[in-house]
Design a protein. Structure first.
Length: 225
């Protein structure tokens, strides 16, 4: 008789954050942003659109960005670089602050269970202007791009509940084994021809990314190595 497989726990949820859009003015420009998140205490509901109480995507095309996760191991780096000790989790606008993984060890198409929620890794996060506002720093986006510490987006495969302290359980590893780091490296022009070939043929990658790489002609700029 086959024994039940032990769950593969790769990390955990350090913190959960959500936040609705707010109006801000920065450098004379008024706009709305959802980058400001507050900690969520206790269980929270996650639907296919994301966390309850968060600014969730309404366009089905954006379903690949339903939940944004950043990695707790990056925080000491930013605390030192920015001179901001005790930087609170959620500072990068993430819904989930995760331990145990980073962009090099999380792969597009991997399925994870957190609480009763099942999430699929979809794509890296490309930082936007809102982070400059959050940190009141004109070049934080540039610094984040250079660092490669993008974090990762997830789509919601199974709705349910999760909370801080839950384990990050690997339900299935995508056979392509293309790390979020690989996609991001290609985006910033530091990838190889092999990276390009693997990324554009990856069925789990959102079509928008594949189209972007193809239209930008990345394959013509890369050396085989």
């Amino acid at each position: 008789m086959n024994q039940p497989r032990e769950p593969i726990i790769l990390g955990g949820v350090e913190s959960v954050q959500a936040g609705l859009p707010r109006s801000v003015t920065w450098e004379g420009r008024a706009f709305q942003t959802s980058v400001f998140k507050s900690s969520v205490l206790g269980p929270t509901t996650v639907s296919e659109r994301g966390l309850a109480g968060d600014s969730n995507p309404v366009d089905p095309v954006e379903a690949s960005k339903a939940v944004y996760a950043y990695f707790s191991r990056h925080y000491p780096f930013w605390e030192d670089k920015l001179g901001l000790p005790n930087l609170p989790f959620g500072s990068f606008g993430e819904n989930l602050t995760l331990s145990g993984l980073d962009e090099s060890t999380i792969h597009v198409g991997d399925l994870f269970q957190i609480g009763s929620v099942v999430l699929a890794v979809t794509e890296p996060r490309v930082p936007c202007y809102d982070l400059n506002v959050k940190f009141d720093c004109k070049d934080i986006v540039k610094q984040l791009l250079a660092s490669g510490q993008s974090g990762a987006y997830f789509s919601v495969i199974k709705e349910g509940m999760l909370e801080a302290g839950d384990s990050l359980v690997l339900k299935s590893a995508h056979p392509g084994r293309v790390a979020i780091q690989t996609v991001y490296r290609l985006y910033v022009g530091a990838g190889s021809r092999n990276d390009y070939d693997r990324v554009v043929s990856l069925d789990a990658l959102p079509d928008s990314w594949r189209t972007y790489f193809q239209q930008m002609g990345h394959s013509n700029k890369l050396e085989s190595r």
